[in-house]
Ligand binder design. Structure first.
Ligand code: AMP
Length: 436
């Protein structure tokens, strides 16, 4: 047995831990989730959660058989020596749409805005900002094909990064059109690349058959060199009338709402079910190749998963680790959790249970901690200061006999004698007084 976490995973640690950076600070992850929750719930999104593992067939259909995720990056779940046909979820959209359809969530109204956060799993080549277990915030708006839904989804992402204090984020916006537009584009790409088959990577040779658009997404530098040499026309040139009008409307709303964006004619999302609007958020601090987040419209997904009716939808996800790396790059920090209101210690072993009892009682008002062992007064005040406590108290036989304890306000050094029965009222009044 080695004392080592699996490759591509991170422990999330408490503030003050050795070697701590923002992307592995547990309270920083919680802060991002909290800010996302505020922004999303203000807009009517409801929290949801799906299992960490799903049917492999669902993920394959939902994510697309030609994607790297399905072909190379799935973690298969084995149990009791048996392969149950499950995989750890690599993304949130297909599970949420599965859950929407399975649980009849259409009844909650249309469109329905849902959000979730949690770990996702992909067996990727590990590098900075590219993990095997990473964490996402996901938002999905299901049931509308209105361009307003697209604009609002993008604007919500922008509000979250802005509220987190990030200033160096750019939005790259594109459209991958309707299925017939993509078919025309794929045909164009097939003809364009066919005479250069030998120059393509093995992966891209396969993509030429199945989904030529994905060649443009290739990580191979020789593929990218060929793409540059051939001067490939962008998908945007192939948009039909409807997709073009939809794209124009989305841009119009974003301009009106002062959400800045750039048009990226080359945007191609790795997942097969996307339609029309697609976008990515980037930040110079985490490298041009890695996105902070991305999203798109997926009107074809529900039917791909077996729904009889078409259920339009749009959604996005961002990586919490990447958000935190970007925040660290900009020198941002997250609010530190406050220390306790009270720290109590007993001067003698006999009073330890009393100190414990009073501290537990004080938790009705705020944070209260106590020492499991007797401590000298000096030691107790030092510990209280280390914890960032507001008040410290010590209880000896005198205090126990008098049913009152001396509380020291660590900021001012002032002391007050407080009867045990009035401890909570005292803490509440001074606490409220200090806060206002
Ligand atoms: P995707 O589902 O591929 O569009 O990913 C959405 C977002 O999740 C990306 O923009 C990243 O921020 C994050 N993400 C995806 N894969 C990883 C990974 N392997 N490690 C860390 N973050 C990731």
């Amino acid at each position: 047995m080695t004392l080592q976490r699996p490759k591509g995973t991170k422990d999330h640690l408490p503030p003050g831990s050795p070697g701590l950076s923002l992307d592995i600070q547990a309270s920083a992850h919680a802060h991002v989730q909290r800010v996302a929750a505020q922004v999303l719930e203000r807009a009517g999104a409801r929290l949801t959660a799906t299992p960490l593992f799903e049917d492999a067939a669902l993920v394959k259909r939902g994510v697309g058989g030609s994607t790297d995720i399905v072909r190379k990056e799935m973690f298969t779940v084995y149990y009791a020596g048996d392969h149950g046909g499950f995989v750890l979820r690599p993304e949130g959209t297909a599970p949420i749409v599965r859950s929407y359809l399975e649980n009849g969530l259409k009844q909650l109204g249309s469109p329905l805005k849902l959000w979730t956060h949690g770990p996702m799993f992909r067996a990727e080549n590990v590098q900075q900002g590219r993990l095997r277990q990473f964490h996402q915030v996901d938002y999905e708006c299901i049931g509308s094909s209105d361009p307003l839904a697209d604009a609002e989804a993008i604007a919500l992402m922008w509000e979250i990064v802005t509220e987190l204090g990030l200033r160096g984020v750019s939005i790259q916006l594109g459209s991958i059109g309707d299925p017939q537009d993509r078919a025309a584009y794929n045909e164009y790409l097939r003809e364009l690349f066919a005479p250069h088959l030998d120059a393509l990577s093995d992966d891209s040779k396969e993509r030429l058959e199945r989904n030529p658009m994905r060649i443009l997404d290739s990580k191979s530098s020789s593929d990218q060199a060929l793409i540059a040499e051939l001067g490939v026309r962008p998908m945007l040139d192939f948009l039909g009338e409807d997709a073009r009008a939809h794209f124009a409307a989305v841009q119009e709303f974003l301009r009106e709402w002062e959400v800045p964006f750039e048009i990226d004619p080359s945007i191609v999302r790795g997942l097969d079910y996307y339609r029309r609007t697609a976008w990515e958020l980037h930040h110079q601090g985490i490298g041009a190749k890695s996105a902070l987040g991305g999203g798109g419209r997926y009107d074809g997904l529900a039917q791909e998963l077996g729904s009889k009716a078409e259920v339009p939808g749009i959604g996005w996800a961002f990586g919490i680790e990447r958000i935190l790396l970007a925040m660290q790059d900009e020198g941002l920090s997250v609010p530190e959790p406050a220390g306790p209101l009270l720290y109590l210690a007993a001067l003698e072993g006999a009073q330890v249970p009393l100190a414990a009892q009073l501290a537990r009682q004080a938790r009705a008002v705020g944070g209260a901690e106590f020492s499991y062992r007797k401590r000298g007064a000096g030691q107790a005040y030092k510990e209280a200061a280390r914890l960032g406590a507001r008040y410290a108290g010590v209880i000896g036989s005198e205090e126990a006999a008098a049913h009152a304890l001396k509380l020291k306000h660590l900021g001012s050094g002032e002391t007050s004698t407080v009867p045990f029965g009035e401890l909570n009222t005292f803490l509440m009044t001074t606490f409220q007084g200090e806060d206002s």
